[in-house]
Design a protein around this ligand. Structure first.
Ligand code: SF4
Length: 331
């Protein structure tokens, strides 16, 4: 991964990971900042610079550690070792939170974050599942920080319950030999290749993702697929049928037997539209006035009739093509 510059909070250098990153990126300019949360120089840039801004690496110390209850695959969403991403999916949910400052931020106080997570896991009466990848893509982050190699074995050894994260990347090779004892639920996000090429800019191809999830399943990790976000393009029925057929032929027998599915329809926002129009002129406009409706605070989602049609279609096609695979939810 190539970066242009590193913006960093100077205190980071006293952490092990901070020192490691300093050495790793010693050839780049290092620009001190007061806080990763407000880099004036970045905030003042025009939307058209969105892609270029993502070529910077931001290094800071995470100060907010609030766990948010969740009732899907996990019990809590945990702010963890990174936020933002170097990829540029045109609908990226992180843009709602960070606007054009959705670049990759790495937080060096991982020992503190994992200590807290382990403590919380041990305090609970029931074993809990913690989602650690809701703010970034940890497989991508791991290629820079090796944070999953730090997190998984330590949580397995000292914690209770499970961890989980989703990804759109294939670089799982370093995870395959880790001791995980089934406590790490791996979730691969998939979409038709034409959507990946035109909309999920900078992520791994469908074929690479299928290979990666097969490998993780073979390594004994509990695995699932997220068909997400489902985008209702003009030819969406054809595209998603083809996707399911590709999954049927590309997934290993073990994966097809053990996996679960999550299906999430796309949400979009006014902020996405504004950034995409300036930063990626000529790309598809994901806003569809006929099919979408407001959902508060400048957000859009598909209208109930469109959602209902998609749900019926996808359930039937999953069943026809993949058999009785468990669909955890369609939202
Ligand atoms: S891979 Fe995930 S975090 Fe990165 S841009 Fe795409 S949706 Fe956002």
């Amino acid at each position: 991964m190539k970066f242009d510059a590193v913006y960093y909070e100077p205190d980071c250098l006293s952490y092990t990971l901070g020192a490691q990153l300093k050495e790793q990126f010693c050839g780049l300019p290092w620009i001190p900042i007061e806080s990763h949360n407000s880099i004036k120089e970045m905030q003042e840039k025009p939307n058209s610079d969105f892609g270029r801004m993502k070529r910077n690496l931001i290094i800071g110390i995470r100060k907010t550690h609030k766990y948010v209850e969740n009732h899907k695959v996990s019990d809590y969403l945990v702010p963890y070792t990174s936020s933002g991403c170097t990829a540029m999916c045109l609908y990226c949910y992180l843009v709602c939170n960070y606007n054009k400052c959705a670049y990759l931020r790495l937080f060096v106080n991982r020992e503190q974050m994992l200590d807290r997570l382990i403590k919380k896991s041990l305090k609970s009466i029931q074993p809990l599942t913690f989602e650690i990848g809701s703010n970034s893509d940890l497989v991508l982050e791991n290629t820079i920080t090796q944070n999953l190699l730090y997190t998984i074995p330590r949580f397995v050894e000292e914690g209770r319950g499970k961890l989980t994260f989703p990804t759109k990347f294939h670089m799982v090779e370093p995870l395959l030999d880790l001791k995980h004892e089934g406590k790490m639920i791996f979730r691969m996000s998939v979409n038709p290749q034409s959507i990946i090429s035109k909309i999920e800019l900078g992520t791994s191809s469908l074929r690479q993702r299928i290979r990666a999830v097969n490998e993780m399943c073979e390594a004994g990790y509990p695995c699932g697929l997220l068909i997400a976000p489902v985008i209702l393009t003009d030819d969406w029925k054809k595209l998603y049928t083809e996707l399911l057929e590709e999954l049927e032929s590309g997934l290993s027998a073990r994966m097809k037997k053990e996996m679960f599915l999550e299906i999430i329809l796309m949400t979009y926002s006014y902020v996405h539209r504004a950034i995409n129009q300036d930063a990626f002129p000529g790309t598809a406009d994901l806003y569809n006035q006929e099919l979408m409706t407001g959902r508060g605070r400048g957000r859009y989602c598909y209208r109930p009739e469109a959602r209902a049609e998609a749900e019926v279609f996808l359930r039937a096609e999953v069943n026809r093509i993949l058999g009785d695979v468990q669909i955890l939810y369609i939202s």
